[in-house]
Design a protein around this ligand. Sequence first.
Ligand SMILES: *[C@@H]1O[C@H](CO)[C@@H](O)[C@H](O)[C@H]1NC(C)=O
Ligand SMILES: *[C@@H]1O[C@H](CO)[C@@H](O)[C@H](O)[C@H]1NC(C)=O
Ligand SMILES: *[C@@H]1O[C@H](CO)[C@@H](O)[C@H](O)[C@H]1NC(C)=O
Ligand SMILES: *[C@@H]1O[C@H](CO)[C@@H](O)[C@H](O)[C@H]1NC(C)=O
Length: 935
Amino acid sequence: MLTLYTNDNNPAALKILIAANFGKADVNVQILQVNDKSLEEPKILPYLEIATNRCIFIPNTAARYLYPSVRMEHDCEHWIAWESTILSPLITQIGANTKSDTIKMSVNACLKYLNENIKENMPLVDNVVQVCDIIIWSTLYPLYKDSNLAAEYLCEFPELTNWLKSFGDKKEFQKALATMKINAGTAAYIALANGAKCTSNVAVNLSNLNITQSPQHAVEAITTDEIKAAREAWFSGAERIPQPKDEVYPVLPKPGEKNILITSSLPYVNNVPHLGNIIGCVLSADVFARFSRLCNYNTLYICGTDEYGTATETKALEEGLTPQQICDKYFEVHNSIYRWFNIGFDYFGRTTTPEQTKTVQEMFLSLNNNGFMQIQAIDQLLCEHCNRYLADRFVEGGCPHPGCKYEDARGDQCDGCGKLVNAVELINPKCKVCSKTPVIRSSQQYFLDLPKLEPLLLHWMEKSAPGWSHNANVIARSWMKEGLKPRCITRDLKWGIPVPVEAFKDKVFYVWFDAPIGYMSMTERYTKEWEKWWRPAPDTEVSFYQFMAKDNVPFHAVMFPAMLLGANKNYITVSHLMATEYLNYEDGKFSKSRGIGVFGNDAQDTGIPSDVWRFYLLYIRPESQDSSFSWVDLATKCNSELLNNFGNFVNRALMFTEKFFNSTVPVMKLTEEDFIFLATCTREIKGYISSLEKVKLRDGIRSMLSISRHGNQYIQSTQPWVLVKGTDEQKERAATIIGVCCNMTYLLATLLYPYMPEASRTIKEQLNVTKLPVIVPSNPVISNLLQSGHKIGKPAPLFTKIEQDRLEELKHKFAGKQTINSSNTEVLDVHHLEKAIEKQGNKVRTLKSSGADKSVWQPEVAILLSLKKQLETVKTTQKVSKANSDNHTNRISNITTEIGDVKKLEQEIQNQVMNSLNSIKENTYNSLKEYFISL
Ligand SMILES: *[C@@H]1O[C@H](CO)[C@@H](O)[C@H](O)[C@H]1NC(C)=O
Ligand SMILES: *[C@@H]1O[C@H](CO)[C@@H](O)[C@H](O)[C@H]1NC(C)=O
Ligand SMILES: *[C@@H]1O[C@H](CO)[C@@H](O)[C@H](O)[C@H]1NC(C)=O
Ligand SMILES: *[C@@H]1O[C@H](CO)[C@@H](O)[C@H](O)[C@H]1NC(C)=O
């Protein structure tokens, strides 16, 4: 039983209770006084006791703990952070300072921000209640429920008010309110402040509070020290930045330098990788490798296809080819997909090479000599007709589980009852190739003696695991906790590496044993000096990063290290095991057979550049929990973050340089204002570097986008396009601002490089520079990298908008083959769908009233529901496109304001822009805007 301890009337307790109702957890409520002696340290309320002496003291964390099951959109993280750093500290002050105008204005700004986001339908009003909704709703409840406060604060915000009402009507909210009465109004905020012991000492610095921007930093003002550091860095930092290293072949580790070996888990050769596979290993590793190269580290990134095993044999039989031909064919598929995604392997190899055979056999012999192998007999099915032992997927038969009469159970699992099957227990087993009945044969196999290796492994894990991702740690520990058993490493198959022992010469190594050794043999294909990486000299330190999805953790955290340690040849072992969670496709799973989801080869056909794919996949990288690919979200993020934010800043900086300064970086005289801007960006750069060092690639991308966002604000607030037409002094000021923006663009090209290498190269060309500055993690500074007088190249927009029509088309194309017949060919507009729903609804009613059996009308109901779901989707996307066109209208009114006094141009601009509104692309729009500004 969970217990919630709270003081009376505290809205923070409300959010925990609501979350408990959604999470179906029973929570017992204990009301305490804030100064009660029995309070657990740190004596703040509310807190949730989850077991004896185990309490969660942060209400938002407790809410997440109770309601973890719902997929959390990343924006949800933003809203939770925003609630705890901005909304909650501010609104709490209403309790004490009802009359303060500054507080009122700030709270008002918060509510306005919320209202706008709710209006745009992202992400607060979704059909699914997320934990961020609960958290924000509970904090606003006392305001909403008190008629005086509501009249004062909420009357301007109808959308927000509606949202508060509609959520409040849900039963989980009602039930919580019944359990815990909240007296609305200031009393509740006083209770909140008292519980957190923060009434007066958490005064928020209102002048520095930026309601709508990066919550982590919003309350911390830039300090004078930071400004001083920015000033010093600007003038002298460039000298401290080393020259980038020339590309060399082969890359080898060096004593006294940072050496980074990177692998991503080897894709199985005949599976075409989907987006989830790509972000899970090769792409994540690529971003890290590029970052590591930017830091001047000696970096080697190795990957390749895993080619042996039964699956390849099966595929070869299906396609009438030899296993080697199958491997050759699919190797090319993988290679071209990764090349298209710009995955910069130093070497992309394969496991069917002589080097692999040699290394695997040597590894086996070392382990055998060191006493870590044993021989055991196992029962297997032998098809005498085909003269082969049958792997699980080559045999079918009756399910051996009592009560299940399913006749086509597979060798590993029964599709009838879903239970696992041991192939030798199948009733009337049949060889899937010749349909004859196989016989049971006992055969001898080698087993890796994991129990004997366990002490070595445990000792090693103590040292290594702290550098691993959290999920890798959890999975590895649970394996070790269960205790290890000997594991079979050989098989009576043909497609594999032969066991180098006379009595076993007809057997091959099981694919899990040979695959990870591929990392070593592929390095050997890359360079004869491969052992410098794999058995580094005592004076040379190599950090070993391995990237994979979580299902691959056991092999990399337990089995492969056990082999390396058991071989006892001073092999390097993984120091940073980086595992991702799973990526879903539009809330479902990717499925090749059902045609659901985007696979590597499809991505190229969409017309969306690989850089944009990379950007979006990294933006939603399933880092600490599963995440979902969504077309609507892809378009939104591309259009808002890449075009309107990042691309817009770069384009403005360079266009101004071209138009006002004859494409020449002007002379700059920086003022305090500029150094504050630089200091603000320096903070983000530090965030970027520390995120990438920890392989938190999602956070890194957000820090980068914050820099361009700060840049846009800087341009917006300083208005260089106005200054440039003013006095000499103002012109000089404009020159400085634009020069700083050019500098910042150069820096952004660098930070962008790991994520979007093509776009980074394009910016380089537009800046007319050949190299990117080296990142120095220990000393991240913004320096004057482009000297005044430098000629830039030709600016052009970096990104194009993803249009709504195209989005619909793509979404439909990859939705699977199972969509209902009729709609496949028709245009899915609202009108058609509504007609179809009406028709189908009638059909269902008729069937039901005719007393037909459930089996008759059930499928028709399914069709009806599916139609309704489609209608909803179409309506949502239309709402989004409407919101987008509203955006255009806003932007037009912005231009109008910007040109302000140039009255006679106003009408002309309006006309021009209005005319092209329907077909307008963001880019033409930007150029147009720049053009008119420069007139
Ligand atoms: C602009 O640059 C071009 C070539 O770089 C040069 O020929 C020209 O004189 C410059 N114009 C002005 C106004 O400085
Ligand atoms: C920034 O401006 C300074 C001032 O001229 C210049 O020396 C420096 O190279 C610029 N850096 C970048 C990245 O533009
Ligand atoms: C690019 O920069 C170089 C060196 O500063 C300069 O000589 C050249 O003219 C520039 N190119 C363009 C297109 O301005
Ligand atoms: C789908 O189409 C096929 C043939 O065109 C038809 O036989 C089947 O009944 C249709 N299914 C549904 C659910 O409409």
